[in-house]
Structures are given as C-alpha cells and as structure tokens.
Design a protein around this ligand. Structure first.
Ligand SMILES: NC(=O)c1ccc[n+]([C@@H]2O[C@H](COP(=O)([O-])OP(=O)(O)OC[C@H]3O[C@@H](n4cnc5c(N)ncnc54)[C@H](OP(=O)(O)O)[C@@H]3O)[C@@H](O)[C@H]2O)c1
Length: 350
C-alpha cells in the first residue's frame, strides 16, 4: 500500500512530465476537488486547467492561488450551474472548440441533503444529477477529446467499492426516496457505466474513488438542510459531534495529494494503453491496481474501484457487481442513462 510520503513523491514527478497536460475539474470550488486541483496545479508542468463552478466571484481566491502555485499554468474558469445536462453540453462543446486533447476529467460535485428528492428543471434528482448524470454526460461528450490524449483518465470521487443492490426498475430514485438510496444508486451506476464505457474506449482509464472521511464543508452543509424535528439534533451535531469526528478526518490537502496521485500514477493503466508510458512510474514496492474485470489472459478492463489509499477494493460488493454483470445490468443502466439525458434535453425544447 502507498503512503502519503510516497504519494507526494509520485506527484512531484509530474514536474518532469511533458508540459501542457489539459485537465477539467468539476466540483473543485471546495472540498476534495479543491484540494485535488491545487495539488495538481502545484506539481503539473505548465498545465491548462478548466474549472467549472457556480460562481466565478466565489472562486476568485482559488484562481489566484492556482496562479500563484503555478505561474506557468493556465487556469480557465467556466461559470455555470452544472446540475443541468444542458450546461454540461455547453461546457463540453466549449472545451471541444478550444482543445485538441483532454488528459484528465476530475469529478467531485455533490452534496448531502435531508430535504428529500429535489428535481432540477430537467426533471432529474439534483443529487443524482451532480453525482452521476451530469458527470457521465461530461465524460460521454468529451470522449473524442479524451481519446486524443496519449494517456487519458477519468476520476470520479463518490463511493467506489460501496456498490449495493439497487432497484433496477427505479434508477432515477422516484419511489421511496432516501439519501442513502440515491447515493447507492449513483454509486452502483457509476461503476457499471464506467465498465460499459471502457468496453468501447479501452485507451481510457476510469477510476471510481471512495475518498474516505475528508474534512470538507459537506457535513455542516448537510445539517443546514434538516427540517422539522431534525432541526435541533442537526444544530447540536454541528456544534458537538461534527467538530469531534472531524479530528479524525483527512485534510483536503492530503485528499488532494491522493486525488492528484490517482489522476497521474501509472498504477492505473487502461485496458489497451496507446503507449508504454501511462503515467508517473510506480514507487518502489508499489504494484499496479486490479481492474474491476480481469479476463482469462490477465488483461484488466481499465476500470478501478478505489479506496482512500488508492487501492482497489475487494469486498462483499464484488458479488453484487458480478451478478449484475452476468445479468447485463450495466447495459440496461447505460441505455437508461441515455434516455434520462434525452428526456432532459427534450424538456428544454420549446
Ligand atoms: N467529504 C467526505 O468525507 C466524503 C466521503 C465520501 C464521499 N464523498 C463524496 O465526494 C464528493 C465531494 O465531496 P466534498 O466533501 O468535497 O464536498 P464539498 O466540499 O461540499 O464540495 C462539493 C462540490 O460540489 C459543488 N456543488 C454542490 N452542490 C452543487 C449544486 N447544487 N450545483 C452545482 N455544484 C454543486 C460545490 O460547489 P460550491 O463550491 O459552489 O458549493 C463543490 O464544488 C461528493 O460526491 C461526496 O458525496 C465525500
């Protein structure tokens, strides 16, 4: 297993890599994404980084910090409400007009809410849009640019390794909505959708990461969504429980080091690398991670379910995924994802 020292050493190797990596970060205006874009900017050799967020004004301090960390870097902020498929399309079209290749998509949008199902104007649950539908739409639209990179990679920070049995007939979580049901549905869909994409795009690495417990604002924001009888316990938790458990969490700086590592290390090769060099060489004693599906020849599919130490997860969820693969659930999920996008797109037509 790699430790934080080895991760920092690996990341510092980014400086010696060819210049001009192009990366897209969505959800990096705070928390894990912010830590990751900062570490990536600190180490990368003259990168071009697109950052998508809701408010350029709120991101001014981050943009200034990124420019300070890497004066050779170019940092482009795209201001949009990224819970909409429409806006994901605008972002990807914009990047496609400006770039010839894209090396990295790093996705970490999300929130926790006790307010139940909240639909976007496109009819998708907002949590599911930010955790899955918009993330996958960006990847899907940017596949041509990713395919033009020598070693393309997608990293989605959600809950890789925590896939569960989900209601296949209710992938949009319309029935009996709970926060846990929504997160589980998005988590399981992410891994299976990545596996579907990897079949057609074997030169791309797909990493679905569980970041562990990271001290971000997500829990405090969650307590503010409590309603009715939950308001008092939530307020108490904000002043007592949360500050205590946060003592045991990972800082966003360290989470960012791990984020940059998963984004750049050769530990995570795609199924069919275009070239021998797929990332920063492994540190001594480290080994290549295991893909979610490995064929009889030992060839992995280039999809990784990773824990907070960047290691592939082997747990009780493997059997759930194996059963889903056998029953072609990934294909169903992908078809349903496309129809959800189509319905969302049609909604905006006059
Ligand atoms: N933190 C943990 O311990 C932990 C553990 C397991 C999984 N995760 C998952 O990791 C991901 C990142 O979590 P985090 O802790 O880094 O969260 P965070 O600090 O709250 O950051 C979330 C990001 O999503 C954006 N966002 C939130 N709601 C949005 C909305 N309605 N529209 C557009 N953008 C929105 C935020 O933008 P603004 O800056 O504009 O608010 C921010 O960039 C989430 O999916 C979370 O569930 C986190």
């Amino acid at each position: 297993m790699v430790n934080i020292k080895a991760v920092r050493k690996s990341n510092s190797g980014l400086k010696a890599r060819p210049s001009g990596m192009v990366a897209l970060f969505v959800g990096s205006t705070s928390g894990i994404g912010k830590g990751s874009v900062m570490q990536f900017a600190k180490y990368a050799n003259a990168p071009k980084v697109y950052i998508v967020g809701r408010s350029k004004t709120a991101a001014t301090a981050l943009l200034n910090e990124l420019e300070r960390l890497n004066p050779q870097g170019t940092f482009v902020f795209i201001e949009t409400d990224i819970c909409l498929i429409k806006n994901a399309d605008i972002v990807s079209d914009l990047i496609a007009t400006k770039e010839r290749k894209l090396d990295l998509i790093f996705l970490s949008t999300g929130f926790l809410s006790g307010a139940g199902r909240q639909e976007t104007s496109e009819g998708i649950d907002t949590l599911c849009a930010l955790s899955y539908y918009v993330r996958l739409r960006l990847i899907y639209k940017l596949l041509p640019l990713l395919s033009a990179s020598p070693h393309p990679r997608v990293v989605s920070i959600l809950a890789g390794g925590s896939e569960r049995d989900i209601d296949i007939e209710d992938l949009q979580v319309r029935k009996d909505y709970t926060l846990i049901k929504a997160i589980r549905t998005c988590t399981t869909q992410t891994t299976l959708a990545f596996e579907e994409l990897a079949k057609s795009y074997p030169t791309i690495t797909f990493c679905h990461v569980h970041p562990g417990f990271v001290v971000t604002g997500i829990l405090n924001k969650f307590t503010h969504t409590a309603k009715g009888m939950w308001t008092l316990p939530a307020t108490l938790a904000r002043w007592t429980f949360i500050p205590v458990v946060q003592l045991f969490g990972r800082s966003i700086e360290d989470a960012g080091e791990w984020g940059a590592f998963v984004s750049t290390s050769a530990k995570y090769p795609p199924a069919k690398p275009k070239q021998k060099d797929v990332g920063i060489a492994l540190t001594e004693g480290d080994t290549i991670a295991q893909s979610t599906v490995v064929n009889d020849d030992g060839q992995g599919n280039g999809v990784y379910r990773l824990n907070n130490y960047g290691e592939n997860v082997n747990n009780e969820c493997d059997a759930i995924l194996a059963n889903y693969r056998q029953n072609h659930v990934g294909e169903k999920i992908w078809e349903e994802t496309i129809s959800v996008w189509e319905r969302a797109t049609k909604r905006r037509e006059p």
